[in-house]
Design a protein around this ligand. Sequence first.
Ligand code: NDP
Length: 241
Amino acid sequence: MEFKGKTVIVTGAGKGIGREIVRMLVERDAQVVALTRSAADVETLRGEFGCRAIQVDLADADATREAAIAALPADLLINCAGTTELQPFLETTVEAFDRLVAVNTRAPMIVAQEYARSLIKEGRPGAIVNVSSVASFVGIPDHAAYCASKGGLDGLTRVMAKELAPHGIRANGVHPTVTLTPMAVKAWSDPEKAAGMMKRIPVGRFAEPADIAEVVLFLLSDQAAMVNGISMPVDGGYMIA
Ligand code: NDP
């Protein structure tokens, strides 16, 4: 997969899967524009990878649009930022629901709008990968708002795939199972719950960030030129009925 000379926007670049994506892209001579929240991560992204890093809270729609515009021009886009809060369905609060939808669904839409508008204006092709989750296919207890937000993201991916492909811009979704990152610690630190999940993964392990990053990079690359609008599980077989 060739990314030399390409500029790639990566949201949620500070930690976990996003950071691994940045590492792999920089290794392949891409220029990365990282969007992330924590100031400390902005500094280490600049120091470790020499990338442009923009600090933004993606829960804030106006700030997100401003950051997306500041990140341009770019050849490729990965919407990787995501967040979760565990609440049983009956106790899911409107505030938590709105927060998760803002970060997991609305922010990818805003960033993709600005990215695609600039490419269309310049008559250049591109590709978008939205990092969703197996939680958009399966009802996971305590993840009502998260499942809903990722289901919404999948809807956006499919519409983008149809509306943007005539302009030469592909859009695809990647759906990780539990991946060993700070988010997984937050969601799966109960050993009993984690064991139940692990039992349903035929390969017998949780994913590493690199397992997900490789698939993201493939879908982003020209090797996937004919792949558009798919939802690709990266789940060790979890989705097999
Ligand atoms: P992490 O929590 O490890 O990292 C998420 C990154 O996104 C962090 O850099 C975080 O910054 C950033 N981010 C979160 N909220 C915001 C915000 N409001 N504004 C700006 N940046 C933000 O998550 P993962 O790497 O595990 O997850 C990456 C993606 O993969 C997410 O979309 C997630 O939903 C998805 N996923 C993860 C799975 C897992 O098991 N890990 C399973 C399935 C899907 P900061 O820390 O500064 O807030």
